[in-house]
Design a binder for this molecule. Structure first.
Ligand code: NAD
Length: 504
């Protein structure tokens, strides 16, 4: 069966075959990175389609916000159940559309289920504070309310999980949604949002509470500019996030930004090198180096540098690269030829700085798709392309002498998403996770930089955008806080002891 036929079958099975109801604009061809063949053609949304989607989401907000939160949680519970029931075809769809290996496709679907479970619990825990008032017979409270329409703009590399992080929380918080997925992965969005709409309808609500629109950055820009959209949650490159942040700031609109990463791991003299090799390999070559949390820099104590490079090179030489649908494959394709070009440009820049580049070549036998052997690059110092995010499997390795120097190197890049230290020295582990340590949103000990659980708040600092999604108290980003002072007495004392008597 061709991949296109398989996609048609999966979408049919999920009851979400693309049709005119999904847009009326020009055709969007979706290709699989597995062999570059066309998977499906679906209509993009026009400006009028977008307007309609936003106005429907805005109209439903007026009723959805009044639905008790645990009742909204029941919709998210049903959504999670539907996703769990269709885990295998959804995982396959992710692999077909993004080129992720089968295990990672399934893992991403599991993440959707996990965050739904989290949000169901959250729907009974949206709490505020009561605060001691300085005035007699007064009560000071914080109450939390939904924002309105939340726009979600997502990247190609997590075509389902990122939406679920946002949608599950935004919905239990009482918001309605408009999702613009990456133009490279609309089929995953069609499928996932289709299941969410089914869950809404089964629970007695209108599917238009969660709208989806298709298109490129123009559609994203239109969402950001629309006055009815109160929060833009945008995941993607730092370039995109800068545009979104400025457009939102100009309108005093909220943005939640999950942008690029240039993540490092420090390997100390006491590190368990077996753990390092396994952890670094998964973090550096998993998803073919196309995760925001991909390990891109390995900062290794000089005493173990040579041994670690040798062991990693041996692993890299025998990595099973190929069709991501085959169980034995660990490295699938790059998303497209642009990714390959930027990878080669970064390797050339590293060579020009005196680096030794191991691997990184294209597997030409698998053309026209873009398969590469991940690159391992010995850098004489941290400079040039090592300071940037190249969205491809390049692991730069460089040596350090003192732990303070290693922390400074970890922090000396514009991004601040994920980081790790491999050590058996308690002082190094504690220092790395302290205020004097890693400046990233994620700072791990003895595990790699990627593969976060949904229970923690996910996101990063500096040019990663500062947003936090998923677990912990990330829900607060989807709500507005009101401070309420309630006077249950019969006099009107003023705060700060001010006297202002108009009765004479
Ligand atoms: P991208 O920036 O090219 O596109 C992301 C999304 O933004 C797409 O839907 C795109 O259509 C839209 N877009 C682009 N320009 C826009 C604009 N000016 N206004 C509004 N929307 C716009 O990113 P990509 O290539 O799809 O994904 C890779 C990038 O995403 C990497 O930098 C990666 O690190 C980052 N990423 C970050 C996270 C995170 O949680 N921090 C997660 C996944 C991916």
């Amino acid at each position: 069966m061709s991949y296109a036929a398989e996609i048609a079958r999966i979408l049919q099975q999920l009851g979400v075959a693309p049709g005119a109801s999904h847009g009326s604009g020009e055709s969007l061809s979706v290709r699989t990175p597995i062999d570059a063949s066309v998977l499906a053609v679906l209509p993009a949304s026009t400006a009028a389609d977008l307007e309609l989607a936003i106005s429907r989401a805005a109209a439903h907000y007026a009723t959805w916000r009044d639905v008790p939160a645990p009742r909204r949680g029941a919709v998210v519970r049903r959504f999670g159940e539907l996703v769990r029931a269709h885990k295998a075809p959804l995982g396959r769809l992710i692999s077909l559309e993004t080129g992720k290996i089968a295990q990672e496709g399934l893992g991403e679907v599991q993440e959707v289920v996990d965050v739904c479970e989290f949000a169901v619990g959250l729907s009974r825990q949206l709490y505020g504070l009561t605060i001691a008032s300085e005035r007699p017979d007064h009560k000071l409270l914080e109450t939390w309310h939904p924002l309105g329409v939340v726009a979600v703009i997502s990247a190609f590399n997590f075509p389902m999980a990122v939406y679920a992080w946002n949608a599950a929380l935004a919905l239990v918080c009482g918001n309605t949604l408009v999702w613009k997925p990456s133009e490279k992965t609309p089929l995953c969005a069609l499928a996932l949002n289709g299941l969410l709409q089914t869950a809404l309808m089964e629970e007695g609500f209108d599917g238009a509470i969660a709208e989806v629109v298709f298109g490129d950055r123009t559609a994203g820009e239109a969402l950001v500019a629309h006055p009815a959209v109160r929060l833009v949650s945008a995941t993607g490159s730092t370039r995109m996030g800068r545009d979104v942040a400025m457009a939102c700031a100009a309108r005093f609109k909220r943005s939640l930004l999950e942008l690029g990463g240039n993540n490092a791991a420090i390997v100390c003299p006491s590190a368990d090198l077996e753990l390092v090799v396994r952890g670094a390999a998964f973090a550096a070559v998993g998803t073919a180096g196309q995760r925001c949390t991909t390990l891109r820099r390995l900062i290794v104590h000089r005493s173990v540098h040579a041994e670690l490079v040798q062991r990693l090179a041996a692993v890299y030489a025998r990595l099973p690269i190929g069709n991501p649908l085959e169980d034995s494959t660990l490295v699938g394709p790059l998303i497209d030829g642009h990714a390959f070009e930027s990878m080669q440009a970064a390797l050339a820049a590293a060579r020009a700085l005196g680096a030794t580049v191991h691997f990184g070549e294209r597997l030409a036998g698998l053309a026209p798709a873009w398969y590469v052997r991940p690159a391992l690059v010995e850098m004489p110092r941290q400079a040039g392309p090592m300071l940037e995010e190249t969205f491809a499997p390049i692991l730069y390795v460089t040596a350090y002498d003192s732990f303070e120097e290693a922390i400074a190197m970890n922090n000396a890049v514009p991004h601040g998403l994920s980081s790790a230290v491999f050590t058996r020295d308690l002082r190094e582990a504690e220092l790395f996770t302290s205020a004097r340590g890693s400046d990233c949103g994620i700072a791990n000990v003895n595990i790699g930089t990627s593969g976060a659980e949904i229970g923690g708040a996910f996101g990063g600092e500096k040019e990663t955008g500062g947003g936090r999604e998923s677990g912990s108290d990330a829900w607060k980003a989807y709500m507005r806080r009101a401070t309420n002072t309630i006077n249950y007495g019969s006099s009107l004392p003023l705060a700060q002891g001010i006297r202002f008597d108009v009765t004479g």
